[in-house]
Design a protein around this ligand. Sequence first.
Ligand SMILES: NC(=O)c1ccc[n+]([C@@H]2O[C@H](COP(=O)([O-])OP(=O)(O)OC[C@H]3O[C@@H](n4cnc5c(N)ncnc54)[C@H](OP(=O)(O)O)[C@@H]3O)[C@@H](O)[C@H]2O)c1
Length: 366
Amino acid sequence: MLKRGFCLFRANLFRNVTSKENLKMKSWQIHSYGDLSEMQLNSSRLPVIKSPKEVLVEVKAASVNPIDVLMLGGYGRTLFQMLRNFELEFPLTLGRDFSGTVIAKGHEVGNEISIGDEVYGFIPIHKQGCFAETVIAEKFHLLPKPKQLSHVESASLLYATMTAWSALFIFGNVFKQMKGLRILVMGASGGVGCSAVQLLKSQGCQVFATCSSDAVPLVQSLGANQVFDYKDPDFTKQVEQEGRYHIILDAAKIGYQNIPKSWQYETYITLNSPLLLNTDKHGFICGSASSVIDLLQANLLHKTGGSVKWAFFVPDRKGLRFINELINAGKIKPVVHKTFKFENLSDGIKAVSEGHLRGKVVIDFN
Ligand SMILES: NC(=O)c1ccc[n+]([C@@H]2O[C@H](COP(=O)([O-])OP(=O)(O)OC[C@H]3O[C@@H](n4cnc5c(N)ncnc54)[C@H](OP(=O)(O)O)[C@@H]3O)[C@@H](O)[C@H]2O)c1
């Protein structure tokens, strides 16, 4: 029975992808870690659905995230290889969020997703990514593309917004009473920051934000109650004078050690924990242990303001649905810094590595 189901599913797959010449596609791959010169645009085999809950998507747009730049350099390889069950690491395709069209689906995907549907979604960190003409995604990590948005706009939203949601809702534990919370978003002009400001505003929080002078109008337009220009000589004082913050969300890699002692806050959340660097450097066991010590030290020895927490992107279905509703209601809007053509993906990665982004860099496959 199982075998018959699988055969039917394979037949379905091939019937639906016959338009793809010889079941080949173009994909950006790396064969070892390093710099941009490792990025190769290759002709590779179309990925095959291996689980009945998977979907094959023709990618129309994908965003570039800082994690792509970091992974290119080998960041996180120890932990990611464990998540991959030590399967073959290379060739590796990067790319975490996308928008596109469903071209095949496994037999347990159900009626919620049909072939031909336009969807947007994300790929967990240890899976082959979406810098390729097609990608395999789990049905739980996809939703219909917002009708009011283009593929480029849709592709810009999920990884950054899910990261902001994970940091605040899961690690910040703000599930219950959000209304009136005073939250300072540092790095509000970047991908995660733009999403965090809009997400928090939609929940009735009082949002304070930091960014560079030129980005102040953008961050104000996203609804922040107060925007602090970190280039202003009085910046530290201005942030301090606003009083106590329930949460400081650090989306600018500032580090708790660099938060002025005069600032008052209950919880500081960073998106840049030392965990992956430590496990790469010292192996899983020693690296994890030294990270726990780092966190304990941050909370006990060097404690200046409130508690220190680490946050990570979590591929949570509930979070995805929650964010999707806000996006469809127009409460979280895309902010696209720049688009690049698929053939010029390396330029997009270079742009992200150079920083100073105002929203997201997106790769347009058309
Ligand atoms: N842990 C996870 O799972 C996870 C997931 C996603 C992202 N992240 C991390 O979270 C961080 C943010 O990600 P992102 O995608 O938003 O990056 P991004 O798009 O590069 O945004 C960073 C923003 O911070 C601004 N900035 C730099 N220095 C600043 C400062 N001192 N004060 C205020 N703003 C400053 C930058 O602009 P200017 O330099 O022009 O000011 C830029 O707009 C990255 O470090 C990324 O690696 C972690």
